[in-house]
Every structure is written in C-alpha cells, then in structure tokens.
Ligand binder design. Structure first.
Ligand code: PLP
Length: 401
C-alpha cells in the first residue's frame, strides 16, 4: 500500500488524493509499507526486456515507484541513458532522454498519475526543460498542457521544443520564482494538475537516475554522486533513492552527494555554509538558465538528502561552469551549461582536498548540448567559424595545404 506522507508531521493522505503539501504546509513524499523487491528483478528486465515498461530505465523499477497496472503506464520509453568514463570520471548522460533532459524520468511517473486521477489539464512553471518534457508526455496522453515560463528568460531551443509538442505557453513577466508561485495558485483555483517537482510523483521517477547508475556500476556504489542544484527536486530524489536502495540491501554503503549551485543562484549553498540554520532566498542570475532559481521549492527534502548522505553543497562561478562545459563538449559528449556545474564542482572540490585521488565519482549531466545553442555560440573562438568565398584558394588560405 502506498500513501502520501508529510515529511514533517505524522499526517498522511490517500495516494489518489490531489494534493502537493500537507495541511501543516510541508511537502509530501510517496511512501509504502511493503518492502522493495530484490535488485535481481531489475537486472533481468534490463538484460531481457519484454515490454516497453521493461525497456524504460524508469519503469524497469516499477515496484519501487508506483503501484499501477502496466497497461496504464504512459512511457516513451525514457531513461536507459549511457554512463561514459572519461579521464577517470563517470558521466551519466541524462541529456540522452527523449526530450533531452532528466525531467522525462519524473514526468513519465507524474503524468501516469495525472491520467489515473482523471486530470484534463496539466501545468508547470519552468526554466524550459520541465515544460518541454511536460508538453511531450501530455501530447502522448492527450491532455491539455499549460506552461508558465519567465518571459525572455528561457533558451530559444527549449521554448521552441515546448511549442512544437503543442503546449499553451504563458510567458510570465517576472522570474522563475514568480512563475512558480503563480502556477501553484492557478492550479489550486482552476483544478489543473501541477507537475512541478513539488509533485511527489516527479521525485519518484527521478530516483531512477541513481538506481540506474548504480546498476550501470553493477551495484558497486561510487564514492560521490555530483549533480547541479536548482529547485532541489533532483537533490531530494537522489537522497530518497539512496536511502531506499540501502534499506532494500541493493547497495552496502551510501555514496556522498555533492550538489553544485551557480554562484549567482546559490540559496542552498548559503544555507549549507550555516549548517542549514536558515533557509535563504535570493534573486537569481546565472548563464545556467536551468538552475536560475532563487527560492527552491524542495528545500527541506534536499537538506535531508545532504545530511543523510554526509553530502555537501558547493558553488561555482559562471566562468568556471562555462569552462567545464567546454571541456565536456570537447570530450565529444556535450551538455547544457547547468550540467557542467558538476565537473566545475569536482575540480573545485579536488583542489580543496575534499574529493581525493582515486575516489570514484559520477557526474550527472542533466541536459543535452543542443538545449542552449546560444550559450555555445557566445563562447566560440573567432577563428573556429569563418565565412568564405566558394573557391579552393579561400579554403587553402584558412586550412593550409
Ligand atoms: C531541472 C534542471 C536542473 C535542476 O534540477 P532541480 O531538480 O531543479 O534542482 C539542472 N539541470 C538541468 C538541465 C535541468 O533541466
């Protein structure tokens, strides 16, 4: 049996009640009272997938996500992304998901729940990736999609992608945090189902990033898992995934989480440096638009995730994250700016002696390189792209003989 459990008080609610917070105002978490299956079940589905759900890197773990019959699952399928090793660091490339970011992993579960609840319309506030993912899954399920984005503040690629899948787009005059407050009010008032990561079913799906990377490593837990931190849904999901994996006996020790913020959008980092004594809110500004968030919704869950994993929070400057992005791009892998906070964070933490030589590190690349072409074009050296006359002499002049 599953229920929606308040993270702070003892209140809980039926799994099919439409609500995102407890009466006390705190966040809800999907919990169950039955033990999780043996990990060998997931390994056999991966080795020998029989259905779309088995093929999905999310629904392969279905008994640990949502109690639902397989026929009701809305799956692309998603997940089953690659784990690359480069220069002794692993990169789990979530940009390889169907809409180009990890958001698909949470969306497939939350959208499946939306259909089960009989929702007619779904909505989110977004810096672009959640909206693209929501739009794609809503299109598949035949639901109306409404997205709230900060006007002029999301990349052209993400906006175009969201529109292509057919969503109605409300460009809010304000920042992400303003759009987030507005969509919550709109959903309450208009009976629209909210699909931001405040929705606990999103968190359930995103747990599978960690489970799949553990599976990629034959369940030999790494020392560190490094991820970008914005609204803190993913940090929360990673913490829950590790807690459940340890309790179920899938792993024998818990990796440490390193959540990396951009210095211009660092409320979680500020709280971390004060041992989480206060919850900070900032006005966010960074080139990494996916994490340009000043008032993260999943703060409390993320604090638990950092504490339970003996984890840490670090910050990197825009220069540091763009330099790291260039490195990841030049490995032939590529990612969007927010994802590169991971490698930038590793460099900083190694220099500080916090991450040590020989430790096994997995960086989670959250979004695809094509998500933000403007960020690339602003960084291209002049000599790398040249317009020429259509003559062989012009070619020779530039690339030599
Ligand atoms: C959503 C997103 C993040 C941040 O994840 P949170 O759960 O909001 O902390 C980081 N990178 C990319 C590419 C994203 O789309």
């Amino acid at each position: 049996m599953q229920r929606l459990q308040c993270i702070a008080c003892s209140n809980h609610f039926p799994i099919d009640e439409v609500r995102y917070t407890c009466d006390c105002g705190n966040l809800l978490s999907v919990e169950r009272d039955t033990p999780l299956p043996e990990r060998s079940l997931f390994d056999s589905r991966r080795a020998n997938p029989r259905t779309q759900a088995d093929q999905s890197g999310v629904w392969r773990f279905r008994e640990a996500l949502l109690d639902i019959d397989e026929a009701s699952i809305v799956t692309h399928p998603e997940g089953a992304t690659r784990l690359y090793e480069r220069h002794g660091i692993w990169f789990k490339h979530e940009g390889e998901n169907p809409t180009g970011s990890f958001k698909d992993r949470g969306m497939t579960v939350a959208l499946t729940q939306a259909v089960r609840l009989g929702a007619r319309a779904v909505a989110c506030a977004s810096t672009g990736n959640t909206s693209a993912s929501l739009a794609a899954y809503a299109a598949q399920a035949g639901l109306q999609a409404i997205v709230f984005v900060p006007s002029g503040k999301i990349s052209a690629g993400k906006l175009a992608q969201t529109l292509a899948y057919g969503a109605r787009c409300l460009q809010v005059r304000g920042d992400f945090d303003t759009a987030m407050r507005l969509v919550r009010e709109a959903c309450d008032r208009l009976g629209i189902y909210l699909l931001n990561s405040i929705n606990p079913f999103r968190i359930e799906g995103q747990k599978t990033i960690v489970w799949e990377l553990l599976q990629d490593l034959s369940w030999n837990a790494p020392d560190w898992i490094v991820l970008p931190a914005g609204n803190l849904g993913n940090t929360s999901a990673f913490g829950k995934a590790l807690r459940e994996a340890r309790t179920a006996g899938w792993i024998d020790r818990i990796p440490r989480l390193a959540a990396i913020q951009a210095a211009g959008a660092n409320p979680f980092y500020r709280s971390f440096t004060e041992a989480f004594a206060t919850r900070h809110r900032v006005t966010a500004e960074t080139v990494a638009s996916a994490i340009r968030i000043g008032d993260p919704v999943s703060y409390e869950k993320a604090v638990t995730a950092i504490r339970e994993t003996r984890g840490l929070v670090a910050e990197v400057s825009d220069e540091e994250l763009m330099a790291a992005k260039r490195e990841i791009d030049r490995m032939g892998i590529g990612c969007e700016p927010a994802s590169a906070t991971t490698l930038a964070g590793v460099k900083k933490l190694r220099a500080a002696g916090i991450m040590r030589e020989g430790e096994r590190i997995v960086c989670v690349l959250t979004g695809n390189v094509l998500k933000d072409p403007d960020a690339i074009m602003r960084n291209v050296a002049e000599e790398q792209v040249v317009e020429i006359e259509p003559t062989i002499e012009a070619v020779e002049r530039i690339v030599g003989k």
